[in-house]
Design a protein around this ligand. Structure first.
Ligand SMILES: Cc1ncc(COP(=O)(O)O)c(C=O)c1O
Length: 382
């Protein structure tokens, strides 16, 4: 092993997550959101697993991510770009049959003109602004939008009408989400009245699909939940509000592991690591782990993080450095170089979840996952 840590991806966990989510969305299509290197899991791992599970639609943020997807995708699958696509990339997207969001007139015009010149049809998803205030056509401009779309109907496939919710994972946003949904319906009615129908209406991300069933429509763009994480504790409580004792149907599929590099004794009265943030007040045994903030283990976990060694939870002591952390293994018999260290995951009967990790380092699930460096090897385990 040339890397200081590695990530295991569980095929079994992925399969059961997908089974659960498919049950929730019924006949609606499943788009697997794989932006941010598949939320840190690696597109090279997730795309084949998703296809095995019968998913053939993938959502990314940018043209760059879409181009990486082309290397791993089977012919049957479709890619949808939800965010950045610069003008020069539009021709490339149309040529490769890549679907993309259009959310302003400039981009729409460019897409139509390019498709006409190429004698192809652009595969468009019209994104509408319903209250997130990020991207999307505004309702007052819908008349001009409709006229333009009708005039150029021959040059595009109307793949979708869509929007994105502003925080469906939090009950605090309940009214805002409801208003967004009714605003979306207003857009939809306008399209129906003008007899221009999208193939798919899609608005829901994980949290929306899990907590607002009427956002599910024809397709759901599932990100975080497919990787086995509840978007928030509220979302989980919503699904388990009857207080059932059954096991969570979403299972983390990622474990992050390393090995002990050095074990040593430190005499009482010595500071451990940089500066004076940790003082040994007794004779201690410590283990040095070759994972630091450059490897995705947040510096905010200095003196607060936990890892598992020999089935026990042991504390990080002193400052997390660029490439190492030190943990207290005093009283843990037999620890030696090469012992497995679990930063995220299970060891014997103990578990370190991403959410406990996140709470300690004040990062969101999403942030922690996408900050796991791409060069950590990821291997699929059954
Ligand atoms: C437009 C859009 N759709 C869907 C998603 C997926 O969200 P989630 O990971 O919460 O399911 C995202 C993620 O940020 C997004 O930006």
């Amino acid at each position: 092993m040339f890397n200081t840590s590695y990530i295991e991806i569980s095929r079994k966990a992925y399969r059961s997550n997908i089974r659960y989510l498919k049950k929730i969305i019924g006949k609606a299509a499943f788009s697997s959101v794989v932006k941010g290197n598949a939320y840190g899991h690696g597109v090279h791992n997730i795309v084949p697993l998703a296809e095995e599970a019968g998913i053939f639609h993938f959502s990314v943020f940018s043209a760059k991510e879409a181009s990486e997807m082309l290397e791993v995708l089977s012919e049957k699958s479709k890619i949808m770009i939800m965010g950045l696509l610069d003008d020069p990339e539009i021709e490339w997207a149309i040529e490769n049959g890549i679907e993309f969001f259009v959310f302003d007139h400039g981009r729409l015009q460019k897409a139509i003109e390019t498709a006409r010149k190429m004698n192809l049809r652009a595969r468009l998803h019209i994104e509408v602004e319903t209250g997130f205030n990020r991207t999307g056509f505004e309702y007052p401009d819908i008349g001009a939008l409709m006229a333009y779309l009708k005039q150029h109907r021959a040059h595009f496939e109307f793949r979708g009408l869509c929007t994105h919710y502003a925080g469906a994972e939090s009950l605090a946003n309940y009214l805002r989400i409801k208003n967004q949904l009714s605003q979306f319906r207003k857009f939809n009615r306008y399209f129906v009245r003008h007899d221009l129908l999208p193939e798919l209406r899609h608005t829901a991300c994980s949290a929306a699909a899990l907590t607002y069933p009427n956002t599910i429509m024809d397709m759901v763009r599932f990100g975080i939940a497919q990787y086995g994480f509840w978007p928030s504790p509220e979302t989980k409580m919503f699904r388990f509000r009857k207080g059932t004792a059954e096991k969570s149907p979403l299972n983390r599929m990622l474990s992050w592991k390393s090995k002990v590099m050095v074990v040593k004794q430190v005499e009482a009265g010595n500071f451990i690591g940089y500066g004076s943030s940790y003082l040994a007040n007794r004779k201690m045994k410590v283990a040095i782990i070759p994972v630091g903030y450059a490897n995705g283990f947040s510096r905010a976990l200095s003196n607060t993080g936990r890892v598992l060694i020999r089935g026990r939870r042991v504390p990080v002591i002193g400052t997390v450095t660029m490439n190492t952390m030190t943990v207290d293994v005093t009283g843990l018999p037999g620890v030696e170089r090469g012992d497995e260290v679990v930063m995220i995951g299970r060891q014997k009967r103990m578990n370190i979840s991403i959410s406990s990790f996140c709470e300690l380092s004040e990062q969101l699930n999403y942030q922690l996952l996408t900050r796991l460096p791409a060069d950590i090897p990821r291997l699929i385990v059954p």
